[in-house]
Design a protein around this ligand. Structure first.
Ligand SMILES: C=CC1=C(C)c2cc3[nH]c(cc4nc(cc5[nH]c(cc1n2)c(C)c5CCC(=O)O)C(CCC(=O)O)=C4C)c(C)c3C=C
Ligand SMILES: [Fe+2]
Ligand SMILES: [Fe+2]
Length: 383
């Protein structure tokens, strides 16, 4: 129904030469959504302010005022952490690299939907959802695949990004594009293989004798227990990733799933990564490979919390063979997995996964309902 629109759109000044030289057809947009992180130390305050203002991540009384207060209070210590990892979050750098590699591979894997172009929408920093939508509009995009960069779904992460996207789509009057959504991919074989390969590479650093005693500690960002008890699917999906990765490793090592980065006084899902390190260390466990399993690039939790804080704690507790599996970043195995996930999604022609439609049994977010209805309407239009 919209097939003639692009023909009326003038060639776009901001098209890269790849798009200009090969075709005048608008690109198939692959919109990579994630939380983002402060690029410089001066961005830390606003990143925190946007995070604490987000009612999909936490609901506070007098949220706007309290968020301002917490962001101001928390900024100095968080700035120090970002200073210690080089002065900012590397997430934009890695997402750009991943997007570039993915779109090139997709042009080969799926010539019928080429050219492909990635766009980035971060929830709490630039490039924002609004910036991404404006760029897509300028490029005359008609077909857009939203691809969450969180492998496992949580209402506080992918849910929040999708609610923001839905508001942006309405504000920019972009409802009539052909939208579809890759809302989770916790057990995709490509993702599982990329993770398992990173673990194998770390295990290879041990001597055969050390490897016999090695333990794998999967560590994921924790969730407040009230969110878990609402029925948020994230803990189960993280556990599903762990299970498939261990299958791929032939279950050759003992492993545990532990949870890190809890913030504030409320109860969070445990056991905590820090407690596990302390207790396994004290029990005489020497060789431990910790695996960040719920994020696809380096960030403060890997570079500061795991490498710096917990690494020191591990050595203090006698873990002489403490190692951290590298984040997926721009590893070709992972960027190929990304392209494959999108290719399979395009081939299937589905709008969302079956899991998308079911809200948490105790869901408290009105906006989730609107966003789900939007994709339901897209599905009806497209089939
Ligand atoms: C899949 C990962 C994540 C889930 C689930 C998640 C839920 C969640 N987070 C908070 C509160 C905070 N998170 C903060 C930073 C942060 N969170 C994640 C990932 C998940 N969060 C990452 C990767 C980061 C770091 C970003 C980076 O640049 O590296 C912060 C800010 C830091 C701090 O103040 O300590 C807060 C706060 C809640 C409440 C929540 C679930 C409801
Ligand atoms: Fe978080
Ligand atoms: Fe929910």
């Amino acid at each position: 129904m919209f097939s003639t629109v692009w023909k009326q759109v003038p060639r776009h000044v901001n098209f890269s030469s790849r798009f200009m030289s090969t075709t005048t057809k608008p690109p198939t947009a692959i919109l990579l959504t994630n939380m983002g992180g402060p690029k410089t130390l001066d961005d830390v305050h606003d990143f925190l302010l946007n995070l604490f203002t987000d009612r999909d991540i936490m609901q506070l009384p007098f949220q706007t005022s309290i968020a301002k207060w917490i962001a101001k209070r928390r900024s100095p210590s968080i700035r120090e952490q970002y200073a210690a990892i080089g002065g900012g979050s590397p997430i934009l750098h890695w997402t750009q690299k991943q997007g570039e590699a993915m779109e090139k591979l997709l042009d080969t894997l799926s010539p019928e939907t080429a050219p492909h172009k990635h766009y980035i929408a971060f929830r709490y920093v630039q490039p924002s959802t609004q910036a991404a939508l404006e760029e897509m509009k300028k490029d005359g995009v008609e077909r857009a695949v939203v691809f969450t960069q969180y492998p496992q779904y949580s209402c506080s992460t992918t849910g929040s990004s999708m609610n923001e996207l839905y508001r942006g789509i309405v504000a920019n009057k972009m409802e009539n594009l052909h939208w579809s959504l890759i809302d989770r991919w916790p057990t995709h074989p490509g993702f599982v293989d990329a993770m398992a390969t990173k673990i194998e590479r770390k295990l290879d650093e041990y001597t055969p004798e050390e490897r016999k005693d090695a333990v794998i500690l999967f560590s994921a960002h924790s969730l407040p227990m009230d969110v878990v008890n609402r029925g948020d699917p994230y803990p189960a999906e993280v556990a599903a990733s762990v299970d498939r990765i261990m299958d791929r490793l032939d279950r050759r090592y003992p492993y545990r799933l532990v949870w890190q980065s809890q913030v504030g006084p409320k109860p969070w899902l445990g056991p905590q990564t820090a407690t596990a390190i302390e207790n396994y260390g004290k029990a005489g466990q020497k060789n431990v490979v910790v695996v960040p399993v719920a994020f696809t690039s380096d960030h403060i939790e890997t570079l500061y919390e795991l490498d710096h804080e917990y690494g020191q704690e591990a050595v203090k507790n006698g873990m002489t063979g403490w190692k951290r599996a590298e984040a997926l970043n721009d590893d070709p195995i992972f960027t190929k997995a990304m392209a494959t996930i999108v290719k399979e999604h395009l081939d299937k022609g589905t709008t969302v996964s079956k899991q998308w439609y079911l809200r948490c049994p105790g869901c408290t977010y009105e906006s989730c309902g609107d966003t789900r209805q939007f994709f339901k309407d897209c599905e009806k239009r497209q089939h």
